[in-house]
Design a protein around this ligand. Structure first.
Ligand SMILES: [Zn+2]
Length: 296
């Protein structure tokens, strides 16, 4: 402050001779000198008052505000450390708004046929059709997988499509995904039946790898949801699995025929539990397949 007063006096004194003329010429000598030279004492005053350091990058009151941006090379490293980076996952939300009863062969080397897409079940209590529930679960699963770094492909993201089960399998084969999850809801005459089961093919080329995926995914999704574990079923009854040339499994997420489970299956909270549990199972499967970390 002393320095300031001294300098101010110096300035005033130096301006004095001009003051007499100032009345005539109106030349603002003093202010011109200050603005033009940005003298050193200007800095001193501002520092003493706790103002930002002129020309500095930091604000001492809010250090976070001026942190430099994270270099892109670091961001790339963070991305590459995600458990599903470089992994392609296919999701097939079961059914569609309108079933298609035209027939297609159930397996590449079979003459047996089944409807292209059945209309699916519906909640015994909510009356919500299966195709809606499966898409809601699938979209959450997609988001959870993307969050872990996966590249996700969906057979459908709307209800108004007409894609047969064989076509859905061929879509995923062409994309060369690492794994396909077919998302469905179960139905049974016995209304007390509840819980989750997973299905895979028994005798095609990807049967063994699909079974390994089932072994990782089923316990993870049962743990996340608290649902009853109804086991792994391998058979050759399903067109979508039989035509798959990439590891593929069907998840029966719960029984739409059970009133309590029907309600659960159609709540946001339970759908997220399913999505997170399935995602953890996929992380576990890929970790075991590739010797990666699954975050444990
Ligand atoms: Zn279904």
């Amino acid at each position: 402050m002393k320095k300031f007063i001294v300098l101010l006096l110096t300035l005033l004194l130096s301006a004095l001779p001009a003051l007499g003329e100032a009345e005539q010429t109106q030349v603002p000598v003093a202010s011109g000198a200050v603005a033009g030279e940005a003298p050193a004492w200007d800095d001193t005053i501002q520092q003493a008052a706790g103002d930002p350091i002129p020309g500095g990058e930091q604000d001492p009151d809010d250090p976070d505000a001026t942190l430099p941006p994270v270099p892109s090379v670091v961001m790339e490293l963070v991305e590459s450390q995600k458990p599903l980076t470089g992994v392609k996952i296919g999701i097939d939300p079961g059914h569609q708004a309108k079933g298609n009863n035209q027939k297609e062969t159930v397996a590449p080397n079979s003459k047996k046929t089944k409807p292209k897409v059945s209309s699916g079940t519906a909640g015994v209590k909510t009356r919500i059709p299966e195709y809606k529930t499966t898409l809601e679960i699938s979209l959450k699963l997609r988001d959870a997988l993307v969050e872990r770094g996966a590249e996700v492909y969906m057979t459908r993201e709307t209800h108004d499509v007409n894609i047969s089960n064989q076509e859905r399998a061929k879509m995923m084969n062409a994309l060369g995904v690492d794994l396909v999850l077919r998302i469905h809801c179960d139905g049974a005459d016995n209304r007390s039946k509840h819980g989750i089961a997973v299905y895979c093919s028994k005798s095609n080329a990807i049967a063994a790898e699909s079974y390994r995926a089932c072994e990782a995914i089923l316990p993870a999704v049962c743990e996340a949801t608290g649902a009853k574990n109804n086991g792994i079923v391998s058979n050759d009854n399903y067109t979508g699995q039989n035509w798959s040339t990439v590891p593929c499994l069907m998840v029966e997420c719960g029984f739409a025929s059970n009133p309590e489970e029907d309600v659960l299956l159609n709540t946001e909270d339970y759908q997220w539990k399913l999505a997170e549990g399935l995602t953890q199972g996929i992380v576990d499967y890929i970790a075991a397949r590739d010797g990666r970390s699954n975050g444990e």
